[in-house]
Unconditional design. Structure first.
Length: 200
């Protein structure tokens, strides 16, 4: 009996201490975000975007914090803000704003955003339907050496589908656009690139 009670107390203490640690971490992020720390603003936005046992999902609050970080050129915040606009979660559904924010994240080199922007161009969602630009952005996403194999295969399939639609002249144009983007990127400050592509 004493052994069971001891085990119960140990579990209770670890659970209690774990909860206290999580609460302290959340308070720290909130304080840093309120003080203008762009990374904390992004983290807080993602906490509300995904939700957890301690932080209920709240797309309105996610949008608020992601907007603050996105306005300060945080590429991931720009991407997730675009996702919220695209879905109409926490913000009015607006494909044009979705494409705008996802486009900004794409220009910074964020692979998830590049792939998503390619899909937006392919589908004409928030941007004019344009298979050449769709190919350009999907191709750029595919060139990352940090993609997981399962994501690479999905992106490659999309690029192959676009390639089959394009004529040779359009395909050459799209490939040249990709090359020009890479050449211009060499002249820009280093951008972060994701290793965590979501293609669902």
């Amino acid at each position: 009996m004493k052994k069971k009670l001891f085990i119960f107390l140990i579990i209770f203490i670890f659970y209690f201490l774990g909860n206290q640690f999580v609460l302290a971490a959340e308070k720290s992020i909130i304080k840093r975000a309120n003080n203008g720390d762009v990374e904390a603003q992004y983290e807080l936005g993602i906490m509300y975007f995904t939700g957890s046992e301690k932080t209920p999902q709240n797309y309105v609050k996610a949008a608020e914090w992601l907007q603050k970080a996105a306005d300060r050129d945080h590429a991931y915040a720009q991407f997730y803000l675009g996702i919220l606009y695209n879905r109409g979660d926490g913000l009015p559904k607006n494909f044009f704003k979705a494409a705008e924010w996802i486009g900004k994240a794409s220009e910074s080199g964020l692979v998830e955003a590049q792939y998503s922007l390619g899909l937006l161009y392919r589908d004409g969602q928030g941007v004019p339907q344009d298979n050449v630009n769709a190919y350009k952005w999907v191709n750029l996403a595919l060139t990352s050496d940090k993609l997981r194999e399962e994501h690479r295969s999905v992106i490659l399939k999309t690029r192959n589908e676009l390639e089959a639609i394009l004529g040779q002249k359009e395909l050459t144009e799209a490939q040249e656009m990709s090359t020009i983007w890479w050449e211009n990127k060499k002249n820009r400050p280093a951008d972060s690139e994701s290793t965590n592509v979501s293609v669902d």
